[in-house]
Write a protein that binds this ligand. Sequence first.
Ligand SMILES: C[S@@+](CC[C@H](N)C(=O)[O-])C[C@H]1O[C@@H](n2cnc3c(N)ncnc32)[C@H](O)[C@@H]1O
Length: 267
Amino acid sequence: MATDKKTIKSYDDYALKWQKRKRSGKNIAHKFLEKPAMYKKLPDLKGKSVLCVGCGTGEECEHLKSLDVEKIVGVDISKGLIELAKKSYPDLEFFVMDMENLDFPKNSFDLVYSSLTMHYVEDWTKTLKSIHEVLEDDGVFLFSTHHPVKWGAKTNRSEEKGSFLMGYEKYKDGRCEVFGDYLNTRKIDDIWFNEFNVTYYHRSLSEIIGDILKSGFRITDFIEPKPLVEVSKENENFYKIHDKIPLFMIFELKKESSCQRKTCRRF
Ligand SMILES: C[S@@+](CC[C@H](N)C(=O)[O-])C[C@H]1O[C@@H](n2cnc3c(N)ncnc32)[C@H](O)[C@@H]1O
């Protein structure tokens, strides 16, 4: 299984709270940074078939449906989240499924959309292959994920303060302290909202880009979104920090047609 079992259990147990938090608009990182940037990147979807991977409680599927798609399917590894998605949007199709082993016929979708899910996956090559297979030729895989500059930092979440440090301090007397680790791939155990145990994987950009290029996708865009200025009214510090330090990043990948792939191999 691609995702750590503890994380799946957390999403299952926390499903109702997750849905409430999402709908309350309190998740400002989603509302003022990630969703606006992802939705801005969506191509014209009229009449297209779309797979939403890591769909959670289904809100993004509802949004994609509203863009006149012909077909929208949501999948998530958490049974708890999918149950809530089905209840909330009974006219949409949802399945419990691991993105590492997508169970759809080859070439089924024009777009695979995945928001903030790839960092849970240990082995990107399997997942990218699985997504590549279910996409049509020239289909697009649009995904957002943790930005390694922020999520590889040394983290301290105490009552008094939260700090995320990436860098070093070198003293004239020879002492040296290094904060964070950007270059080394590793599993990170974390606790969100003081109660949500989660495990994700940190990877450098070169590792991510290497896996993407091996998978037969072409990178057609890369975005490091800044927050909308409107967030300042709700949380000034969020704006202050993430106008300078990236939180998430977005990749737009294209599956080259089999003809293009053969041409590539000739050179
Ligand atoms: C941060 S949530 C994002 C949910 C939704 N996309 C959103 O933005 O609100 C990450 C989601 O990825 C799902 N997930 C984690 N690993 C997965 C996997 N291997 N296959 C499918 N879904 C997975 C989790 O269950 C969770 O719903």
